[in-house]
Design a protein around this ligand. Structure first.
Ligand SMILES: Cc1ncc(COP(=O)(O)O)c(C=O)c1O
Length: 380
């Protein structure tokens, strides 16, 4: 089945004898077990509404197995702490979501796990691996600079050394990029973003082989982090429109990126859809579209906070991937916890703004950005 059909149909269950088209909401935390093949419980991640979302994501990510979690960070921490052991080493690419960066720098060494952050380039990833390297974790496109990594290359290299490859696929969504098909072992999403898509859910997903997912699940059963049935149900509903939302958001982002590129008040636009982007060719090869996220840097002297306050339609807010266009200043939000020195080194400046295009009319989004820019420059 094609992605649009999978989004609507995969995993869904109809209520027995009721005639309704939608999966029923099973809110029970006490579930009869005598006639079931397994004991079901919300914190075992296997109630009806968990299974339905996991199966839809299995279809969309071409995975054998999957789990839905209470947040994206729950999925990331379960991957790291469910699979890595004391003495292991992990290679991560620089410029990851700030929360992931914070978890790594504050959490891994306490468990005897060493790590290396490297530039998001295949050569650097290869060079950083040592005999103890057990996992490579990356984002592509990354948050907030939209770096792109050649996933098939990394998967091949890691496979030859029995290193587990895991990717945060939040920015790309399963509609535009399927890392498991390119050879990755695990793919996770902050479902809070595009999967939920309406800025009203906090959730996460992880998909991969039955073997790895069952190890992660064993960890989660002990550590918690399950999503409640109501939110699983809402997430299933949201996923039905994922393909059309992401298609529109991706088209809008391309129009916005082209409109801001070469604007005299903008220093640089980061969007893999632009031919000038260093990762454009790889993105064109491994993605079905370039996504709804872009970043841009205002020229020196333009006050970013004044610009944000001058916007009318576009909301200045944390998070991303909703139907409404939102913008944020990473140094004050997603990358607040990354040290100022590290941010400077990565190019995450005060004038860098991250835009998540919604499904509104692209012309309306561009008009709002340009009027806010003109007004801010005029105010001096
Ligand atoms: C790329 C990326 N990964 C992971 C996360 C964490 O997800 P959550 O907030 O759902 O825990 C975020 C949140 O902003 C993100 O942007």
């Amino acid at each position: 089945m094609k992605k649009s059909t999978q989004s609507v149909r995969a995993g869904s269950r109809r209520a027995n004898n009721m005639g309704g088209l939608n999966t029923p909401l099973l809110s029970s935390s006490a579930i009869e077990y005598l006639d079931d093949s397994e004991v079901r419980y919300p914190r075992y991640f296997n109630t009806l509404n968990h299974d339905v979302v996991a199966e839809k994501m299995n279809a969309l990510e071409s995975a054998e197995a999957g789990l839905v979690t209470s947040s994206g960070m729950a999925a990331i921490s379960a991957i790291l702490f469910g699979l890595l052991e004391s003495g292991d080493h992990i290679v991560l690419t620089e410029g990851l979501y700030g929360g992931t960066h914070a978890l790594v720098v504050t959490g891994l060494e306490r468990h005897g796990i060493s790590y290396s952050f490297v530039a998001p380039e295949t050569g650097c990833i290869e060079t950083a691996t040592v005999p103890e390297t057990r996992m490579i974790f990356l984002e592509s496109p990354s948050n907030p600079l939209l770096s792109v990594v050649d996933l098939a290359f990394v998967a091949k290299f890691a496979g030859s050394r029995r290193i587990i490859t895991a990717i945060d696929n939040t920015f790309a969504t399963p509609i535009l990029q399927n890392p498991l098909v390119l050879g990755f072992d695990l793919v996770m999403h902050s479902g809070t973003k595009y999967l939920g898509g309406h800025s009203d859910l906090c959730c996460g997903t992880v998909n991969g082989s039955t073997k790895l997912i069952s190890k992660i699940r064993n960890h989660l059963v002990n550590h918690g982090g399950c999503l409640n049935a109501q939110d699983c149900h809402l997430l299933e509903r949201s996923l039905k429109t994922l393909e059309i939302r992401v298609g529109r958001q991706s088209n809008n982002a391309m129009i916005v990126a082209q409109s801001l590129d070469h604007n005299e008040n903008i220093k640089r636009v980061y969007y893999p859809g632009l031919e000038s982007h260093p990762g454009h060719d790889i993105a064109a090869r491994q993605m079905e579209g370039f996504g709804g996220m872009l970043s841009f840097e205002l020229q020196d002297g333009i006050n970013p906070v004044s610009f944000l306050r001058n916007l009318g339609l576009v909301n200045c807010a944390v998070s991303l991937g909703g139907v409404e266009t939102t913008i944020c200043q990473p140094i004050a939000t997603s990358h607040q916890k990354v040290s100022a020195q590290e941010r400077r080194r990565l190019g995450i400046t005060a004038n860098l703004l991250r835009l998540s295009t919604g499904i509104e009319d692209a012309g309306d989004i561009v008009t709002d950005l340009l009027q806010a820019l003109a007004r801010t420059v005029h105010e001096g």
